[in-house]
Structure formats: structure tokens, C-alpha cells
Write a protein that binds this ligand. Sequence first.
Ligand code: NAD
Ligand code: UDP
Length: 351
Amino acid sequence: MCADKTILVTGGAGFLGSFLCERLLEAGNDVLCLDNFHTGSRSNILHLLDNYRFELIRHDVTVPICAEIDEIYNLACPASPVHYQIDPVQTVRTNVHGAINMLDLAMRANAKIFQASTSEVYGDPAVHPQVEGYFGNVNPIGPRACYDEGKRCAETLFFDYHRQYGVDIRMARIFNTYGPRMRPDDGRVVSNFIMQALRGEPITLYGDGMQTRSFCYVDDLIRGIMALMDAPDTAPMPCNLGNPVEFTMRQLAETILELTGSRSILTTRPLPQDDPTQRKPDISRAREHLGWAPAVELREGLMRTIAYFEAELSAPARAQQRKTPLVRRTRPVQPHSEALARGMMSNGAHL
Ligand code: NAD
Ligand code: UDP
């Protein structure tokens, strides 16, 4: 890949974003990591702060920003259902206003821009495995819609900016990805099951546990994202990135119990509303156009992830004890309700 670029990574202090920042630095680029620390963590990027090519910007993507950059990777958005449903309006705003702000910036800076879209644009899919040509089955008024429809609207914006203004876009529809640096309280299934197994707590299976997901290890995913960004700019297309090996949640729980040697019992909880019953990517497009395929099998990836959570559990105060890094603050981040109370339009505040 070409090095020596200045690259903005929004959501760079999150799970995926922090690995992406790391790989982009390793490849010889300057990296601007933008994050409002909603779900991200300073500890994820602490090891990068000594690198003179890395800069941290505390900022909310819903507020416009100016920067001289060559590329943008737009990852800012909580990804766990638990987190994106806490403040659904902010989730929509992050997806929609965030996309507009980053696309405007790409247009001004003549920068190439990548969008982290999601398998959730397929909703509860009636087509299996999911191909990029499938338009999806999303409940537009359900509790997941803030994320699903927010991401779908962001996709629309990316393609409209491309058609209308010629912005050079790349778009991955990312399927369930896991690995070290997920938050212990992330709420997604892999971190939940591992933490419960390590603590000897009951494993919380939602529904009958027969719903399926296909899990991609973080290293594979980041390799795919970077390959997509560097692919030739022929007609842009959304591209599924994920591991096509499908598991039921019951199988996942049993594998984690085996790998951790835990004696936790399985317990059932109600299935959340609109929880997709099946999910598995068709990755023909990524194989053909990027020469990409995942390499890390679930058991191997889980062992690495379990080792990470074991280390976190043995030093629980580690993250908090780390020194707070220097942060360039572009503007204090206003909680939505506070901003409304003060009569501010969240997208009207310019720097
Ligand atoms: P994450 O929650 O760990 O990271 C998201 C990051 O975005 C966090 O650092 C958070 O603080 C930041 N953020 C959220 N709202 C922001 C805002 N308004 N302004 C600035 N920063 C903001 O999640 P992740 O798993 O790393 O996901 C990263 C991206 O990839 C997300 O866009 C997500 O939708 C997408 N994605 C992830 C997965 C997955 O399985 N991990 C699957 C599909 C799509
Ligand atoms: N799930 C579960 N127990 C948990 C957390 C999640 O059984 O403690 C299930 C959830 O109902 C879903 C699957 O695991 O069917 C994946 O959930 P996750 O939140 O990780 O991701 P998403 O639903 O967005 O794919």
C-alpha cells in the first residue's frame, strides 16, 4: 500500500478503530484519530501516543471539522446493540450527520473516504447467505432501527456524494467481528460469553440459542478494510467483509466453555426484539476484487481473545491507572439533551 499519507480515522479509539490506527501507522502514514470516547477508550490507543506520526483529536463527528487529509476512514458509531440503543437519537445523528460531515470534509480536501457499514443493513435477512445485491429486511421503527436505518442512510449519502459530487468512496459491510480490546461491558455476545465463563457466571443465551452469526477475527477484518481502501477506484460497490463460517449462539457458548474450562451453566433470556435469526456473508466479491479471505478460525481467534480478557481480569484497574493522554479538544462534547436545552442545533455548531 502507499505510505506517507495523512489519514483521519473517526472512532479511532474504539475496538476496530484502534487496530486500524495501529496498522496505518505501521504502514508509514500520519494518523489523526478522532473520537468522542462514547464507547472508545484511551487505553486502546495509549501505546500509540509516543509515535510522533499519531495525533488524538477529541471531537464528535456530528460537528463539522476541518483538516488537511488524504484519506478518511469513518468508523465513529457505537456498534453493540446495548450501546447504540442507550441514546438512539444520538446513534442516528452520529450515522447521518457524521456521514455528511465526513463526506463534506472529503469533498473539500479531495480525500478518499471509507465507510464502515454493516451486515445490519440486511436486517433479519430472508436471503441466506447475504449477497451485496440483497436490499435487506429492516424494521424501520424497531429498537435496532437507529443503527440499521442510520447505517442505511449513511450508505445512501455515500453513493449520492459519489454520483453528485464525484467523491471517491469505499464501503465495507462488516459482519460480526471480535477480538482483544472489546470492552468487557461491551454487551456483544463474544465478550459477554467470555466474561461470564471466566467469572463462573451463567452464560446468557438469548432465545433458544439457535440463531446464527458468522464471526470474523479483528486482524482479518482490518486487512480487508485496508485492501478495500487501496483497491482501484472503478465503480465503487459495497463489499461484504466477514468470516463465512456460521455458528449458532449455543455452539459459540459451548466452544467458549470448552476453551476456558469454565463450569458456568447456560441460562436463557428472552430474545431481544428484531434480533436477526441468521447471518452469514457471501464474500465472493471480496475474494474476487480484493483477493481477501479471512485466515483466523474461530477457535484460534477465541483463544487470543480469552487470553486478552484473562489479562484484563487479573489487572482490573489497569486501564484506569494509565495516565490520561494529552487530548486536543476541538469543543466540549455536549450531551444531546444538554445541547437541546440550550437551544443548539447539533449540526449547526461550527468550529
Ligand atoms: P466501538 O464502539 O468499539 O467503536 C466505535 C468508536 O466510535 C468508539 O471509539 C466511540 O467512542 C466512537 N464514537 C461513537 N460515536 C461517536 C461520535 N459521535 N463522534 C466521535 N466518535 C464517536 O465499535 P467497533 O466494533 O470498533 O465498530 C467500529 C465501526 O465498525 C462502527 O461504525 C460499527 O458500526 C462498524 N461495525 C462494527 C462491527 C463489529 O462487529 N465490530 C460490525 C459491523 C460494523
Ligand atoms: N446474544 C446472546 N447472549 C448475549 C448477547 C447476545 O445470546 O449475552 C445473542 C443475540 O441475541 C444475537 C447474537 O447473540 O442473536 C449476536 O448478538 P450481538 O449483540 O453480539 O450482535 P448482533 O445481534 O448485532 O449481531
